[in-house]
Design a protein around this ligand. Structure first.
Ligand SMILES: CC(C)(COP(=O)(O)OP(=O)(O)OC[C@H]1O[C@@H](n2cnc3c(N)ncnc32)[C@H](O)[C@@H]1OP(=O)(O)O)[C@@H](O)C(=O)NCCC(=O)NCCS
Length: 178
């Protein structure tokens, strides 16, 4: 398998990362989530302006792997103290892997693995955690084989429907002091 070089996204990448985010976000959504709610989420949270904001924030990391025509995978990591997430980590600094998305033609090709390795290295010992929709079997399998363990659940409500995310953390040996 070819290795996939990972780099920090730059200001000028905001548009191409937003386009990648918009075309890949639906892949992670439960089938029962109405398409208009998916479109609303993309317009609100995955716009070029939102990526401009992430790229300007020193606590936010946008990592990409490039393909022939632009980025084919990205990760968004938010470093800091987070109100949601595993109870044991609340109030303490952690690395929240908010997004990890790869174009379907690159699934199984090592892009996600390379991005996750870079997230882990960049976390510099901070615990890494994320939320994944309980129905997202492929992502759950990827995270399990990458060393994540279930630390709880969280819910979110969109358009009157409540969905459940599994909250996962990299297994405790990765935690400082464990
Ligand atoms: C999640 C994601 C980043 C993982 O990257 P990937 O390249 O697909 O990951 P891999 O192929 O290395 O691993 C996926 C594993 O799930 C398995 N798998 C594939 N389809 C599956 C399914 N329907 N059910 C269960 N497992 C499945 C694969 O066989 C593989 O396991 P294996 O290596 O033991 O054979 C990528 O699939 C993706 O971008 N998905 C869409 C967006 C998304 O869901 N992001 C995560 C949001 S939290």
């Amino acid at each position: 398998m070819m290795s996939s070089p990972v780099r920090r996204a730059r200001t000028e990448d905001a548009g191409s990362v937003a386009a990648l985010a918009a075309r890949t976000f639906p892949l992670a959504c439960p089938p029962s989530l109405a398409r208009e709610h998916v479109a609303d989420f993309i317009a609100t949270h995955l716009s070029e302006a939102e990526f401009d904001r992430h790229l300007a924030d020193p606590a936010h990391r946008v990592l990409v792997v490039d393909g022939a025509g632009g980025p084919v995978g990205y990760a968004l990591v938010l470093h800091g103290a987070h109100a949601e997430g595993p109870e044991a980590l609340r109030g303490a600094p952690s690395a929240y892997l908010s997004k990890l998305y790869v174009d379907p033609e690159h699934h199984g090709g090592g892009v996600a693995r390379a991005l996750l390795d870079a997230v882990r290295t960049g976390a510099e010992g901070l615990p890494v955690w994320l939320g994944v929709n309980a129905e997202n079997a492929r992502a759950k399998r990827f995270y399990a084989k990458s060393g994540f363990v279930v630390a709880g659940t969280r819910t979110f409500t969109v358009g009157g429907t409540t969905f459940v995310d599994d909250v996962l953390v990299l297994s405790p040996p990765e935690w400082p002091g464990a």
